[in-house]
Design a protein around this ligand. Sequence first.
Ligand code: KG4
Ligand code: ZN
Length: 334
Amino acid sequence: KDKSLILAIETSCDETSVAVVKDGCEVLSSVIASQIETHKAFGGVVPEVASRKHVEVITLSIEEAVQQAGVDLQDLSAVAVTQGPGLVGALLVGVVAAKSLAFALDKPLIGTHHIAGHIYANRIVGPLEYPCMALVVSGGHTELVHLEEEGRFQLIGRTRDDAVGEAYDKVARALGFPYPGGPHVDKLALGAEETVDLPRSWLAPDSYDFSFSGLKSAVLNAVNQHKMKGQEVPVAAIAKGFQDSVTEVLVEKAVRAVKEYSSKQLLLCGGVAANQGLRQRLTSRCEEEGIPLTIPPHVYCTDNAAMIGAAAHLKWKHGLTSELDLKADPQLKL
Ligand code: KG4
Ligand code: ZN
């Protein structure tokens, strides 16, 4: 049962995405309608606005994905959808659309975990070797997940406060950049000639958890001190100090986890995987340590439905389909 043709839907946050994926790894089409421009005016994602936007474009996105893939709906093996976690109103739109489609076509429905999706985006790059370790970094998540075998997830560490992407967005705002701020901070940091020394939050020596709120406060303090003295804020130096602190902690904890769990590879995923500073540091540390590292192409790092198709294929293979009363679950556990 390795062969499948899955139509996948992802609407957990501010991207309406529909994809058609063959055998869990070949992306036949991937439509992504981003709402970033809409939310920019508010400085972040507004849940109600997100739901409404999903409703507006979901049907058209499904049609477009099917057309681009050049498939017949009757040939689908299943319809997959992100069940959670995410914004409940946003998730609901995708879940209702997927259920309706599955019912109308008389095809199995597969509820999928959003983080399993981010992790299995790496299947689009190539087959995975187990056990492996995933570092999930996005606007909503910062997690280290150990995969003993296919489909078996063990959460070994997570953020205790802000997600990395969230911290990036808040720091960017303090430095005067619009939402989403991550790419701006990244660019500033890479071009910086000077740096500001900022704290690293290691927590307990054996902990794989993360914390970014102290660092975020340190950045805000640095910005305010300059402003109070009437000085120009050294935005590039602060961005570099912040990025160095974040990436050092992420990379060192991930490398330690790979060693402790004898992982055969490290998978980087989530929107912050686009960060150049993180990619560079992780790539060079993994080379030093002889750890095989995979990072999906950018379009499969940020929220997308192709990754949901890749994850759903594994459930489909094992007959793990959902009932038509599937409910969106904003707190769904991995
Ligand atoms: O995975 P994603 O698209 O959505 C969530 O599921 O959260 O991640 C979006 C997050 C935003 O916080 C954005 O600022 C951050 O990823 N991001 C970056 C970069 N590109 C996107 N953060 C740091 N550096 C980047 N280059
Ligand atoms: Zn995500």
